[in-house]
Design a protein around this ligand. Sequence first.
Ligand SMILES: NC(=O)c1ccc[n+]([C@@H]2O[C@H](COP(=O)([O-])OP(=O)(O)OC[C@H]3O[C@@H](n4cnc5c(N)ncnc54)[C@H](OP(=O)(O)O)[C@@H]3O)[C@@H](O)[C@H]2O)c1
Length: 353
Amino acid sequence: MAKIQVAVLGATGMIGQRFVQLLEDHPWFEIGGLYASERSEGKRLGDVLKVKDVQFMQDTLDRKIEQLEPKAIAKRCRVAFSGLPTDVAKDTESALADAGCAVFSNAASHRMRPDVPLLIPEVNPEHLDLIKVQSTYKDGGFIVTNANCSTTGLAVPLKAIYEAYGLDLVCVSTYQAVSGAGYPGVPSLDILGNVVPFIKNEEEKMEEEIHKMLGKKTSKGVKFAEFDMVASCARVPVIDGHTESAAMRLGKDASVEAIVKKLRAFKPAPQKLELPTAPVRPIIVRDEADRPQPLCDVYAGEPARARGMAVTVGRVRQSGKYTKMWVLSHNTIRGGAGGSVINAELAKAKKLL
Ligand SMILES: NC(=O)c1ccc[n+]([C@@H]2O[C@H](COP(=O)([O-])OP(=O)(O)OC[C@H]3O[C@@H](n4cnc5c(N)ncnc54)[C@H](OP(=O)(O)O)[C@@H]3O)[C@@H](O)[C@H]2O)c1
């Protein structure tokens, strides 16, 4: 069967190059073109490498970056994976969907639109059907978004807990990697040996997006989940991997043992459908007192093509009426490009591509 041709938008950036990593030998998708701004037009990918922990194939390194022209892309590619900055993404992604592309985006521009799925297949696969409400686009075009990188890591274990026990309150503090700020990101003199307790708009995005993802799909949009969510976000000198400390008040009582059992047994749609980039275990619960840690756990996930797609949870414990846990996920894979790739895999499995 012929592979589906896909475009990578923002191919000179952190997310774009994670897309290239995940798509190089994908069983269903084939890279049809790499796109970025006119500043990068004509450059070899190998000359603008930002992701440095991957050995790309020589043919991939020799591919040239092209200028982003929506109509031309739509003629060549059924799917566009977007790693564009939010301000550029808004109109560009709409133009691509209008030209008939299925757009899977990392950018925030369309996330909170009622007719756009804010999708994590492990959390809310049924929200994908919202694309049928996107009647404005022609020729099979649509937009699907994935959540902010810190929201994604938390949303997966929260879903397992929410469906079993309900939630009244979630308080989360994040310790976010520098790669989350894109390339070149935070100046080294601002972050080395330091913690920066501010990431623009991050707390607002976390507090808003989680309610959409854990909400119920209706005929016109999503009825948001109703629980209190309070986020505090900081940048720390870690290259990849967002670590988060969450304290939750559950809707009903549950022991630590019961919660851990639910997290370990969590087997949602992508695992049942055996999507190519789905980790066998979406949540890995560590028993050690000092895990998860970015250095040890950021690449959690099996098989090989799902490395970095599992969320690691540790130190599940209780203080009075609060249940607490630590969570770690790879921000540019699980919380970024990998999130969009698995969204597209779900769409393909549901015959929407
Ligand atoms: N980093 C993360 O952990 C993370 C996680 C989830 C979501 N996101 C979101 O994903 C998106 C990309 O993030 P990133 O970290 O990869 O950023 P980045 O490293 O700064 O890369 C941005 C990319 O967009 C391209 N670009 C900029 N202006 C353009 C224009 N006018 N036309 C066409 N291409 C243009 C850049 O190309 P040039 O090199 O040619 O300028 C580059 O390829 C953002 O919306 C971000 O919020 C990031």
